[in-house]
Design a protein around this ligand. Sequence first.
Ligand code: AMP
Ligand code: MG
Length: 501
Amino acid sequence: MTMATQNSSTLDVGLIWRNSFAQLGRTFYTPLAPQPLPAPYWVSSSRALARELGLDQSWLASPELLEVVSGNRPLAGTQPLASVYSGHQFGQWAGQLGDGRAILLGETADGMEVQLKGSGLTPYSRMGDGRAVLRSSIREFLCSEAMQGLGIPTSRALCVTGSDAPIRRETIETAAVVTRVAPSFVRFGHFEHFSHRGQHVQLKALADYVIGRFYPACRSSDKFAGNAYAALLEAVSERTANMVAQWQAVGFCHGVMNTDNMSILGLTIDYGPFQFLDAYDPGHVCNHSDDQGRYAFNKQPNIAYWNLFCLGQALLPLIEEQELALAALESYKTVFPAALEKLMCAKLGLLDADGDKATDQSAGDRTLIEDILKLLAQDRVDYTIFWRRLSHSSAGTDVEPVRDLFVDRAAADAWLLHYSERLAHIPRGLVTDLMLRTNPKFVLRNHLGELAIQAAKLKDFSQVNTLLMLLESPFEEHPGFEEYASFPPDWAQSISISCSS
Ligand code: AMP
Ligand code: MG
């Protein structure tokens, strides 16, 4: 078969496709095929996700699917489109944005949407080129699957393909496409878009669509005087609160929490200048374009609330009463701290076998958590290594590897004493088991991503695949891969990651 006939024919991978988003109507999107990516090659793919999608493994790494996920060949039964949204960027209303470099192919029969990111110009590309570079695509691919491995709500990534086509950023780089998967890519910004324009028919259609597909309980909720849209706002607030609590517990900094990057399903989406903390610095800013530090690690919980407030404002024409909208947002203020406290208690091994917390000890546990975070910050202790070493130490009395992490040994000793007293009445096996399931050994540190990217630029994808394997099961020991769990090298601090990708 020649390339030309291959390109013009659709490929059937045995999945049944729908596109329920497309049913919303043309004001929501532009039907559009992806732009071809010249001479694509495979970079990496997730077998785990392929299995979940029901995609036959033989397709992965096949030349036929390579053409499809690079945008060169249509997929049978799909209805590709780019959606329109708006949003607040860095605290300012930014007006219309939209899928500037992403094409939604469609939705599998199981309701998973498949998107190509970096697949060329769309009507919403504005000043951009519609492309993504290899570096950022590998980061998004690995981090999506890493978050999944950590149990944190996220969009997924099926594969990355690359091309030698040059892409201009700060320097000349090469192009790549990530195939992303999520039940929905609807963002807060989709609601802001129609609300801001006074298009209340579309706003209602969108809210009804999201409720119908993802939040059906909002229809029958008797809270908020039976107002389904207020119930939706509350449900989104709760999911967002739980997601951000998980970010804070694991030390994940998103980097660009603009409202157009906030998922209506409370999923982590749009991986850009994200970073897992190395040394614990609560005020860490991972995005070099973020001069004001708006999206610093410790500001994420408040920013999420600010973003929810924007969503609440966007939904106000449907909720109608401001009091109801404010009441719906209130849930964030209780759900977030409760979720974070529970996660931090789990990190300390302080939950019982049912995953519940002994409430009578709450005040003491809060002090224990506050004290250790203060100490970690004061001594800039490596966040992931601390928790993993502590997990291993709880099984016995060997706390030396933990003490070694601190400059202020006396303070560390005092805290460790309090901690061991707290653990006295909990079976040690239970504690260790919980901690080793809660505190990952492997996270996608910037320097690990960077090393894999440097090799990938030379067409060696083995490090990307090794990282994928480790990050898919980050709580396992993976003997022989200690270097991936050790301290970052000094040069890690000089890695500069901005919005440009
Ligand atoms: P982001 O900061 O990646 O979430 O992007 C913000 C907005 O800019 C979204 O509407 C993107 O689709 C758009 N965008 C980012 N990079 C590009 C690009 N290279 N080409 C076209 N649009 C882009
Ligand atoms: Mg975005």
